[in-house]
Design a protein around this ligand. Structure first.
Ligand code: GDD
Ligand code: MN
Length: 427
């Protein structure tokens, strides 16, 4: 029954997706009354409202009840139920006199943070909550939160009160006066500090900052900060190139803008977390590395692809280790040994990809088994593609390493593309 309903929904989606462009082509105004967004797929209609407003400022529509606030404060949350109410009260005090709203972006926190936010929102219309299901990631949450706003300015602030919300009016004034397009709450300029960090965390943060400055040529003192405010129109220009993975959204924004963004830093003291614990784990180093590489290659290679390829290289290693052990230690005949090696490599790759490459869309429970079987299928076809390309290159130019590399590249691109489509599908 549910399957049938889903099928109908998909059918409707396809029909609407086709009718949209067709109606745009013939100049009709269905399904939306503005032609600007008729060609957009339904999933983008949400954003189209904001785009039309930007295209046609002050359109002749009749006056609406309530106006767009000047500032949207975006708060990414994951297991912060004990902090959100205090944060909201503090925002209320700090922003008294401003026209503002707050958008919580919660990744379906097991502690029910979204439920607490909904409760608050029922009492105060300035609060909104985006509950994301099947997705994880601080950067992606911030991007979605800012894109859901129609205010001219958007701020990002942590929910745990480690950032100083009393700086928000000053940051807003800098954007409104045109002195800056991006204002960064900085721990590493005079007047700022991060004393609450332990030595290990302080060292890692400073090392990453140095790498960002030297390798990516980022000019600001604290590109790792998670506290900033930006003009929404500037953000929307950069948004399509930003990575939704990882923690380093500010670094991504600054590196993507490549100097074409008026930035100002103001000092603040990074405090201690009120309740709960940090979600930053050792994987964040890997994310950082991926982001640096992606920006260095002008986004030709994505962080996810790099990670997928890296896992693939580990798979090659696993394959040879198992093959060697099966042949030499267990004296298994070659075809069986090769089969076992491929099986182990594919299984290992699936597990690693589920934990690293796609950890924001990690498969859980029964979906793991389904995903694993699909992954075997995808990789088996990828192997044919690999061998086929290698053969044809070798037939043209009998250089073994060139043919091998061409085959491997074909295999990894195929596996990556198909895994994204079938195994770790975006919801
Ligand atoms: N929606 C969502 N999804 N929110 C998340 C996720 C996620 O996967 N992971 C973390 N958050 C939220 C937290 O609930 C919190 O409100 C905020 O993002 C920051 O997360 P913390 O876990 O408190 O990070 P931190 O304090 O260790 O790190 C902070 O400081 C770093 C500077 O050293 C963050 O602001 C980092 O962005 C910043 O780089
Ligand atoms: Mn924190």
């Amino acid at each position: 029954m549910a399957g049938l309903r889903r099928m109908y929904a998909r059918l409707l989606f396809v029909v609407v997706g086709i009718l949209g462009p067709v109606s745009a082509y013939f100049g009709t105004s269905w399904p939306c009354h503005c032609r600007n967004c008729a060609w957009l797929p339904p999933s983008l209609w949400l954003y189209a409202g904001g785009m039309n407003e930007a295209i046609r400022p002050g359109a002749e529509s009749p006056p609406q009840a309530g106006t767009t606030p000047q500032l949207s404060v975006v708060v990414p949350t994951f297991n912060e139920r004990d902090n959100v109410t205090t944060l909201f009260r503090r925002l209320e005090t700090a922003l008294a006199g401003c026209d503002w709203e707050v958008i919580f972006v919660d990744d379906n926190s097991p502690d029910g943070t979204w439920d607490v936010v909904r409760g608050l929102a029922r009492q105060d219309g300035r609060i909104r909550c985006i509950r994301r299901i099947g997705r994880r990631g601080l950067s992606g949450a911030c991007i979605e939160g800012i894109l859901a706003s129609s205010a001219p300015c958007a701020a990002v602030i942590d929910a745990d009160l480690q950032h100083d919300e009393t700086q928000l009016p000053k940051m807003l004034a800098l954007l409104q006066s045109g002195e800056a397009e991006l204002v960064v709450g900085s721990r590493y300029i005079e007047g700022g500090s991060a004393d609450s960090f332990n030595r290990q965390r302080a060292g890692a943060s400073q090392f990453a900052t140095e790498v960002a400055k030297r390798v990516l040529g980022v000019k600001i003192a604290d590109p790792m900060s998670g506290f900033f405010m930006i003009r929404r129109d500037r953000f929307e220009q950069l948004a399509p190139q930003l990575s939704t993975q990882g923690f380093k959204i500010l670094l991504d924004i600054v590196a993507t803008a490549r100097g074409d963004l008026k930035v100002k830093e103001i000092p603040f003291t990074f405090g201690s977390r009120l309740h709960g614990e940090s979600k930053l784990d050792s994987m964040v180093a890997l994310d950082f590395l991926g982001l640096v590489l992606a920006k260095l290659t002008h986004d030709v290679v994505s962080l996810r692809f790099l990670m997928f390829a890296m896992v693939g290289s580990i798979g090659v290693f696993v394959h040879f280790a198992v093959l060697y052990a099966a042949l030499r230690v267990f004296a298994v005949p070659f075809p069986e040994a090769q089969g076992a090696a491929a099986f182990c490599a594919m299984t290992g790759n699936f597990i690693l990809n589920n934990f690293l490459t796609y950890r924001d869309q990690r498969l859980k429970g029964f979906a793991i088994l389904r995903g694993l079987l699909l992954f075997y299928l995808v990789c088996s076809v990828g192997l044919f593609a690999n061998v086929g390309v290698a053969f044809s290159v070798y037939a043209q130019q009998p250089i073994w390493w060139l043919a091998g590399a061409a085959g491997a590249l074909m295999g990894v691109v195929w596996n990556y593309a198909m895994s994204g489509l079938f195994v770790w599908r975006k919801r």
